[in-house]
Design a protein around this ligand. Structure first.
Ligand SMILES: [Cu+2]
Length: 157
């Protein structure tokens, strides 16, 4: 009769110990599994353009975007296929957004960034061309920001 509660406490202590050990191992594993970006590219979104670098080195990259405009903005990052000639970035972005596979693959995006806000994303940039752009339409005329010039080509080497 006396041994039973003692046994329960021992099991409770053993279980707590196992949980702590598991947490420690899991935390260490998470820390080593996520490599740090090797560079940061900073952009400022305005109505209707981006300020920021149009060339970069390949590698894991943090991209930051700050919205200095009066409208909501985004930055989509589209890897352009190497065989695309006569690149028209706004059209390329539009075709890719409609799922046209030949237009390329999106590697990242920051969406719905309100005026005065900032956000960042991490993308793995391989050598090549990337279209950066914003397809949000202006409330006044429903024209996409890309069609108003908020689009660019980032060349990665
Ligand atoms: Cu925009």
């Amino acid at each position: 009769m006396v041994a039973e509660p003692r046994g329960s406490r021992w099991w409770a202590a053993a279980a707590a110990c196992l949980v702590l050990t598991a947490c420690g191992e899991d935390g260490a594993h998470t820390a080593t599994a996520a490599p740090a970006p090797t560079q940061t590219l900073g952009y400022v979104a305005a109505d209707y353009s981006y300020g920021g670098p149009l060339t970069a080195a390949a590698g894991l990259t943090r991209i930051t975007l700050s919205n200095s405009g009066a409208e909501e903005h985004e930055m989509m990052v589209l890897r352009v296929p190497d065989d695309v000639t006569d690149l028209d970035p706004a059209t390329q972005l539009l075709h890719a957004s409609f799922g046209q596979e030949s237009a390329g693959d999106f590697v990242g995006g920051i969406h719905g960034l309100l005026p005065g806000k900032s956000a960042s994303m991490v993308v793995d940039l391989e050598p090549g061309r990337y279209v950066i752009g914003c397809l949000i339409p202006s409330p006044s005329d429903l024209t996409s920001h890309a069609d108003k010039g908020m689009v660019g080509v980032l060349t990665v080497t």
